[in-house]
Structure formats: structure tokens, C-alpha cells
Design a protein around this ligand. Structure first.
Ligand code: DGJ
Length: 535
């Protein structure tokens, strides 16, 4: 065979041609990636922090209504809008799809430089099926309902095969369309359904549900529990252990003759349904997908809170049912913010809360979520109602937007800590960069009219004896782990512009208590750098 060798010049011409003839390489779709210590959302090759907020349920059903909202949200520091999208509006007649609203929302988002997380209000929204199209709602034979206390209710049962197929087809068609039109990756993630679960009873009591409840637990589920025994949620593990870790039996035999078995039964069937819907969507366009949870934050029994939704103690049941869901999310309005974060940020589940409190509380909580638990983002509910440029959340978001590249880089090496202080948790201590770091309320104490606003902040270890801090209302002292003492070499406040540090005041004297503490006591969110020395 004759070997053709190109002269260097000719070779480089061919190489150039080849580059130009090849189709331009599309950056990968938004996806989750494990980088060092954390999992990050990667958008166009770079980690992305979602400074987001969720719209009220009906806001995004009309483009004229939304038009003035986008720029307002951008001014309030958002880079992502969590946007409802309902099955009834995209498939008003069976098999006939209308994506004008989707396209319009994408256009509007692009114009205000926002990203979108879409909420798929399909078969379920807050336990009910009010967003299903009329042709689904009105055909109760083909799309069967759950039964409570002997009566059918308006909610679709997850045991309905035709319902699952219809929802999956609609969601799959939507994802196919998004893939076609969203070349610049405006859509970052999809929430599949919304706050699932049976309300008013602990489980579906339809004849089919009763039959399945008296049948064997699927082997797939018990095998999963067995394989993941040591990392199961502690409550689920305790329940399964207490019943003898059985790998076969009916739901009550394996999970106890109690309401807990009802909840686990519903979790499994909802999860099977939702995993199938999500898998169909991913087959069309594979971007991160999550489900959200109406938290049992006030306690109560399954049915008082939605029974079968991904509460922490049944997340493993959801995971056993499939792998199309990437994230299990709390809708986190609770005052026990840290506790709920910790229950979801475990065992490889990244933290994202599509709904949370905004205002002063959200403005503090976001620092904890992002700083301590590497949250993919934060998202107060009813954002268009409360967000404005003077909202406390806006100050936190504008600060975090400046710091995002630094936080996202350092969190991969465990060099970021976040904290919240309140009346019950007045200090925080952690170790980083060779120091134990002590955080306490600053000299002005807690904010708000009755001192009830929490204080939030975060600290990044940026180099030997160097730290970067952000937040407001706290003061920090350092103890070197080496047994020496720490002195303050310098403190500087400033901002980051296009990633470059622009120094403001050099702080000393009253501002650092005469060299004694790193002080964020003011009422404004600040970014400051400190350099220490040891003696
Ligand atoms: C939780 C739901 O998920 C939201 O869609 C909304 O209905 C809020 N509750 C209202 O507080």
C-alpha cells in the first residue's frame, strides 16, 4: 500500500480544512458532575450556581404577564427562574402539542439573561391532579383515581398504566422539543411533578391498591435495601431492622403492620411512575431531573403530610425504583433549616431546594446552603411577588454572584464553610486552612424588629493564612491548629469585578476591634479578605 506523507505546510492546510469542515462542536448539555468533594451543575463546561427563585403557580401561564417580571428578577440578582409549566397547556388535546408558551418563555428568559428550571406540573401537583389536561381528568375509566375511605378522589392513582404512559409521552415530547430549540442551554434542569403524595389518607384504597398491598413486596425493592443496608436513611434502616431485614413478604410483613408500610407502599408506586416519566424525558434530552417534597415539617402521620412523597425516610425507596431522578429536594420553609438540609445532603444526594423562605431569612440561609452543603442553588417561592432590588435576598445574591467562581472552585477541595446563627445557635466552629475558626454574632446582635433574623455567612480558605468572607452580622476569630496564636496582618473589604478583586476600605482600629477580630458587624452584606500571621 502506498503511504501518503503530507509536507508540513500541506498538512496544516488539511488540518485547517478539517477543522472548518467538521460541524461546530456543541457543548455538552447541562449535567451533574462529581468534582472533588462535591457534585456540581455543569453548564457549558463550567460549574454554575443557581441564584434562583420560584414563580407562583400561575404566573408563567401567560407571556404578557411574565414580560415585566424577568427584568425585575434580574435586577434582584437572580440568574435562574424556576418556572411552572403544565401538562394541560402543552397537550390540550390528546396527541396535539402546543409549545408556543415554552418557546415564548425561553425567548423572554434569554432576553433578560436568565436560565430556567422548568417545573413539570403533570399528573400531580401538591398531591392532587389539577394540572392534568381535561381529556385526562374527564376519562376516569382510562385514567383511574385513588380511593380514600371507599370513595374515588380527584387524584390519579400511580397504579394507572395508561396515565403513566400518557404523562411520560407528554414529558418525553416536551424534552424532545426543548432539546431542539434550546441550543444555548437556557433550561438547566427539570422538576418532575410537584409535591407528590396522598393527602387525607395514608394510602390509595382502590381495589387494585388493596390487592397489591396484600401481595409480595417486589424483590427489586428488598434487593436494593439489602445492597444499601449500611447507608440507608437511619429511620428506614431502623424500621427494616426492627422487622428482621426481611427480603420477602407482604408490605406489612416486611415494613410492619403500621401506617409506615402504607407510606412505603405509596412511595414505591409513585416512584415507579415518576421514574418512568423522567426516564422517557431523559431518553429525549438528558439534563438533570429532580423531585421536590412537601416536608413533614410539623410531624404528623402520612396522609396529614403527602404520603409517599420523597420524605428523607423514603428517599431510598424512591432510589430503589429507578435512577432517572438525580436529586431529591426538600421544599424548605422550615425553621429547622440546617436539620432538613442535612437530611437531604447525604449519601451522594446534591442539595437543591426549589422552594424556600425569602426575605431576611432566605438572605441568611442561602449562605449556609451554598457554603456548607455545596447547594446547586437556592430558590425562594413566590419570587416575583417579593423580589426587588432592595430585598435582603438581592444583596446576598449580588454578593454570591461575585463569589461564585471562587466558591465553586474551592468547594471541590473542601475549602468553604457556611453558617447560620440564631437565638438557639449563637456560635459556629469549624476547622479550615490550619485554623479552628470561631464565628459568633457581631456587636449589633441579631437583626429584625425583635432580633429574630438569623445571621448568615460563609468563609473560604484561599491560601496559607488567607481567608475570604462574606455575609453580615457576625465576627470571626481564629485559633491556629499548631498551638500558636493568630494575629491579624490585614483586612480589606472590596468587590469582585469580572473575577478581579477591587479593594475598598482597609479595615483596622474600631473596625477590627483593635486587631482582635474579623468583624462583619455592619448591617450590609460585605465581602472581606483577611491575612493572618502566627506568633
Ligand atoms: C408548595 C407548592 O409546591 C407550591 O407550588 C405552592 O403551592 C406553595 N406550596 C404555596 O405555598
Amino acid at each position: 500500500m502506498k503511504k501518503i506523507i503530507f509536507a508540513p505546510a500541506a498538512a496544516s492546510i488539511f488540518a485547517c480544512l478539517a477543522v472548518h469542515l467538521l460541524p461546530a462542536q456543541q457543548p455538552a448539555a447541562p449535567h451533574l458532575e462529581k468534582r472533588g468533594a462535591v457534585t456540581q451543575l455543569i453548564v457549558d463546561g463550567r460549574p454554575f450556581l443557581m441564584l434562583s427563585g420560584e414563580l407562583t403557580n400561575s404566573a408563567s401561564s401567560n407571556l404578557d404577564h411574565m414580560k415585566p417580571i424577568w427584568p425585575r428578577l434580574a435586577a434582584a440578582g437572580l440568574n435562574t427562574v424556576v418556572t411552572p409549566l403544565s401538562w394541560e397547556l402543552i397537550e390540550p388535546k390528546e396527541g396535539v402539542f402546543d409549545f408556543a408558551l415554552v418557546d415564548g418563555l425561553l425567548d423572554q428568559a434569554r432576553q433578560s439573561h436568565q436560565k430556567i428550571v422548568f417545573l413539570w406540573f403533570g399528573s400531580w401537583k401538591n398531591g392532587t391532579s389539577s394540572y392534568a389536561p381535561f381529556w385526562v381528568k374527564s376519562d376516569t375509566h382510562r385514567f383511574p383515581r385513588e380511593m380514600e375511605h371507599g370513595n374515588p378522589i380527584e387524584t390519579l392513582t400511580p397504579l394507572g398504566i395508561a396515565s403513566q404512559q400518557a404523562d411520560a409521552r407528554a414529558f418525553g415530547t416536551l424534552m424532545h422539543h426543548i432539546k431542539d430549540v434550546d441550543r444555548d442551554h437556557t433550561v438547566l434542569m427539570m422538576q418532575v411533578e410537584n409535591e407528590i403524595g396522598v393527602l387525607g389518607d395514608s394510602r390509595d384504597r382502590s381495589p387494585e391498591a388493596n390487592r397489591l398491598f396484600a401481595s409480595q413486596v417486589p424483590a427489586e425493592l428488598t434487593q436494593y435495601l439489602q445492597a444499601h443496608h449500611d447507608v440507608l436513611d437511619p429511620d428506614l434502616k431502623a424500621l427494616w431492622d426492627a422487622n428482621g431485614d426481611k427480603t420477602s413478604g407482604t408490605w406489612t410483613e416486611v415494613f410492619s403492620d403500621s401506617i409506615r408500610a402504607d407510606e412505603i407502599f405509596m412511595a414505591w408506586h409513585y416512584a415507579r411512575y415518576v421514574q418512568a416519566v423522567a426516564a422517557r424525558g431523559k431518553a429525549a434530552y438528558d439534563i438533570p431531573m429532580y423531585v421536590n417534597t412537601w416536608l413533614a415539617e410539623r410531624g404528623g402521620t402520612p396522609g396529614e403530610y403527602p404520603s409517599g412523597g420523597p420524605e428523607p425516610w423514603v428517599v431510598d425507596i424512591w432510589k430503589a425504583a429507578g435512577s432517572a431522578i438525580d436529586i431529591y429536594s426538600p421544599d424548605l420553609y422550615s425553621s429547622f433549616f440546617v436539620d432538613w438540609c442535612n437530611r437531604y445532603y447525604r449519601n451522594g444526594n446534591p442539595l437543591y431546594m426549589p422552594e424556600a423562605k425569602g426575605g431576611a431569612v432566605g438572605a441568611a440561609n442561602v449562605f449556609y446552603a451554598v457554603g456548607e452543603d455545596a447547594a446547586l442553588g437556592f430558590s425562594p417561592f413566590a419570587i416575583e411577588v417579593m423580589a426587588n432590588a432592595n430585598d435582603p435576598l438581592a444583596a446576598s445574591y449580588h454578593t454570591l454572584a461575585q463569589l461564585a467562581p471562587i466558591i465553586l472552585d474551592h468547594q471541590t477541595r473542601g475549602e468553604v464553610h457556611g453558617f447560620i446563627l440564631d437565638q438557639d445557635h449563637r456560635t459556629a466552629n469549624f476547622t479550615m486552612g490550619g485554623y479552628t475558626v470561631h464565628v459568633a454574632a457581631g456587636r449589633l446582635g441579631f437583626g429584625g424588629s425583635n432580633g429574630s433574623d438569623p445571621i448568615g455567612g460563609l468563609i473560604v480558605a484561599t491560601g496559607p493564612d488567607k481567608f475570604l468572607g462574606a455575609g453580615k452580622g457576625f465576627r470571626v476569630t481564629f485559633t491556629p491548629r499548631s498551638g500558636e496564636q493568630a494575629g491579624i496582618a490585614s483586612i480589606e473589604e472590596g468587590t469582585f469585578e469580572d473575577g478581579k478583586w477591587v479593594p475598598g476600605l482597609r479595615l483596622n482600629g474600631d473596625e477590627d476591634e483593635g486587631g482582635k477580630s474579623w468583624d462583619f458587624s455592619g448591617r450590609q452584606v460585605n465581602i472581606e479578605r483577611i491575612r493572618l500571621y502566627r506568633y
